[in-house]
Design a protein around this ligand. Structure first.
Ligand SMILES: [Zn+2]
Length: 150
């Protein structure tokens, strides 16, 4: 700001008082001050553009605004619930895997499990027989990562 009265001129323009409803002394100052004259020229154009934008803006009806707000509220609530459910599913999967590992460890570990599975006469090899429960346990995890968007 070069002139100490620019703020006063700006307030008059912003309040849509410039130039008709301003006092004669302020108009005389703007006519004599180059800085304030530039300010009125630029700010008047900006204020006119703002007024034109407000006049031509398409404002939706209150019903449409309310409907959109309700939709957004429901979508936000659903997103929050989905996030909570996903976290609970992940926790349940982790607990299930930990539980299986604990039970296997309690009954002698994976080597004992392999011996037990090996003693059972299955048409499958021991590796496949051990891999099948892992696939069953890890499938929900894969589905979780496949369908989760967040
Ligand atoms: Zn001035």
């Amino acid at each position: 700001m070069n002139c100490e009265r620019e703020a006063e001129v700006w307030r008059a323009i912003e309040a849509r008082h410039w130039p008709e409803r301003c006092d004669e002394e302020l108009r005389a100052h703007v006519a004599a001050c180059e800085s304030c004259a530039d300010l009125t020229e630029v700010a008047s154009v900006l204020v006119e553009e703002c007024d034109e934008a407000v006049r031509t803006a398409h404002v939706p009806s209150s019903g449409v605004v309310w409907f959109r707000a309700q939709m957004r509220l429901r979508q936000d609530a659903a997103r929050t619930v989905r996030r909570t459910i996903s976290a609970m599913q992940a926790a349940a999967i982790f607990i299930a895997v930990a539980g299986v590992a604990f039970v296997v460890n309690m009954y002698g570990g994976f080597a004992s499990l392999a011996d037990t599975v090996g003693s059972i006469k299955l048409p499958l090899s021991v590796g496949v027989a051990l891999a099948l429960p892992l696939v069953v346990l890890l499938a929900p995890v894969a589905v979780y990562f496949a369908v989760s968007k967040d």
